[in-house]
Design a protein around this ligand. Structure first.
Ligand code: AMP
Length: 280
């Protein structure tokens, strides 16, 4: 596995490469969700192709007062995960490598990023779009793989690629979960044992709303209230948002219709977790 830590190194590598390249952008603290993305990337790379993983805790996508400083950075373990998964290239730049001190250009999506996590985390998706643009420009992948766990992020990246004509195909991967249904996330590491047990409310809430919908309920507010009731039954849980949205436009729905997604963000103690479920 080749490890590159500078932007110039990444760019030179990409310029000299002839193989089809597939990129998995991450912030590290790799888990089975990331491993699944890497597996899909390997399929996408086809025989002889290159699987590249980037690990970069992107300061631009952390809003003030959030967990940038304490975000886990287990460098050695991540490197091992990548080696064992057969990754060809690990791009692991330092922040000084990625951002000029006097930078003044950003990439901003102005519609899909207004609600949900965009409303709770001002500037977050601008940071995401900017760093993904930079990674695409440096590493020049043919394909990039993202998780459906970050549903809004995936929709925004697809829109960015469409609107700005990036020559990159975007592939989405279904959410990987623990046996009890909790979506895997690097932030699950923050949870105490008690909080970890309570964190399953995100999944239980989504499934409860789905069951109600399967029973014939089509009112979005009733489905949302059901999910909120389940969430508040867990002592350390606090709802950030629960929303029923159109799968493509991310517009909030009043009534259930085909291609609806229940999206939720919940604080478990001090840790903010997200999940989503396609319910129609
Ligand atoms: P992160 O390191 O949290 O920025 O995530 C890097 C990529 O992994 C993103 O495309 C995420 O959507 C994806 N990802 C994170 N958790 C999961 C999961 N449980 N299942 C599938 N993909 C995931």
């Amino acid at each position: 596995m080749k490890i590159i830590e500078t932007s110039e190194g990444a760019y030179q590598h990409a310029l000299g490469r002839r193989a089809r390249s597939v990129l998995v952008p991450t912030m590290g603290a790799l888990h089975r969700g990331h491993q699944e993305l890497i597996r899909v990337a390997r399929e996408q790379a086809r025989i002889g192709g290159e699987v590249a993983v980037s690990i970069f805790v992107n300061p631009l996508q952390f809003e003030p007062g959030s967990d940038f400083q304490k975000y886990p950075r287990p460098e050695r373990e991540d490197e091992k995960v990548c080696r064992e998964a057969g990754v060809d290239l690990l791009f692991r730049p330092r922040a000084e490598e990625m951002y000029f001190r006097d930078r003044s250009v950003y990439v901003e999506e102005t519609s899909l990023s207004m609600g949900l996590c965009g409303a709770s985390r001002p500037g977050h998706f601008r940071g995401v779009c900017t760093v993904v643009t930079k990674l695409f420009n440096l590493l020049m992948p043919k394909v990039a793989v993202f998780g459906e766990k970050d549903y809004q992020q995936l929709a925004i990246i697809r829109r960015m690629v469409r609107d700005l004509n990036f020559p990159v195909a975007i592939v989405g991967v279904p959410t990987v979960r623990d046996a009890d249904g909790l979506a895997l996330s690097s932030r699950n590491r923050y949870l105490s044992a008690e909080e970890r047990a309570q964190a399953t409310v995100l999944r239980h809430a989504a499934l409860a709303a789905e069951r109600l919908a399967q029973g014939g309920e089509i009112s979005a507010s009733k489905l949302i209230d059901m999910a909120k009731d389940v969430i508040t039954s867990a002592g350390s849980a606090r709802v950030d948002y629960v929303s029923l949205i159109d799968a493509e436009t991310l517009e909030p729905l009043q009534t259930l219709r085909p291609k609806a997604v229940l999206a939720l963000a919940v604080f478990i103690g001090g840790t903010r977790l997200i999940d989503n479920l396609r319910i129609a």
